[in-house]
Write a protein that binds this ligand. Structure first.
Ligand SMILES: [Fe+2]
Ligand SMILES: [Fe+2]
Length: 207
């Protein structure tokens, strides 16, 4: 083989073996973003949304009787939007260089959401209190991501801001049910509508 052709071939192989710059992450660091810290917070938030989706499934099921029937629909809307919130951050975590824990138990423990557990003895009032606490925790979580990314990472900021918008709506629904504080609650056209995050969770299609 011609020496020049061989050297060219080796050069080509080296190029294909080497890691490339991830411009989509490097510019974030230049913008002053702590990318590792952001990934850590996003994985925690994803865990909270995933676990809340599971626990809200039980909370919804324990809304029984005439009074429970109305509450069930509100919890169902919030439950399916938590699934949307989990789906909304998956792409971004991997784009940033992050990933989820190998063990789902490790993942779920990050949520710290044991307070959402319920069974048949849980009263409707207790169910609403648990839902409200979950929504208020989510508001704090997503507001933190908004503050970390504002002016530095427009993609993550947009996702976090859209999730935050839905969490604020959810809080207002449960405050209305608990305290009679009017929420201006315009019901979803259908459960899983997710008006703010639908564009980030397209994998779910039309729930
Ligand atoms: Fe959520
Ligand atoms: Fe929520």
């Amino acid at each position: 083989m011609n020496c020049n052709v061989f050297m060219k071939l080796i050069g080509t192989l080296r190029m294909s073996d080497s890691k490339h710059h991830v411009v989509g992450v490097e510019f974030l660091k230049q913008n002053g973003l702590d990318v590792d810290e952001l990934i850590k917070e996003l994985v925690i938030n994803a865990s909270v949304e995933f676990v809340a989706y599971y626990y809200f499934t039980n909370l919804r099921s324990f809304c029984t009787g005439l009074e429970g029937e109305g509450i069930k629909g509100v919890i169902e809307d919030a439950r399916l939007e938590d699934l949307s919130h989990f789906e909304s951050c998956i792409d971004r975590i991997f784009q940033l260089g992050g990933e989820f824990p190998k063990d789902i138990v490790d993942f779920c423990q990050k949520a710290g959401a044991d307070f959402l557990q319920s069974d048949r003895s849980t009263t409707l009032h207790e169910i609403l209190e648990k839902c409200l606490k979950a929504e208020q925790g989510a508001i704090i979580n997503w507001n933190k991501i908004c503050k970390m990314t504002h002016g530095k990472d427009p993609m993550t900021y947009e996702i976090a801001a859209d999730i935050l918008a839905e969490e604020i709506e959810h809080e207002s629904w449960f405050l209305e049910l608990l305290d009679g504080r009017p929420s201006g609650h315009m019901r979803r056209k259908y459960s899983g509508e997710r008006p703010h995050t639908g564009k980030h969770s397209r994998a779910l299609g039309n729930l």
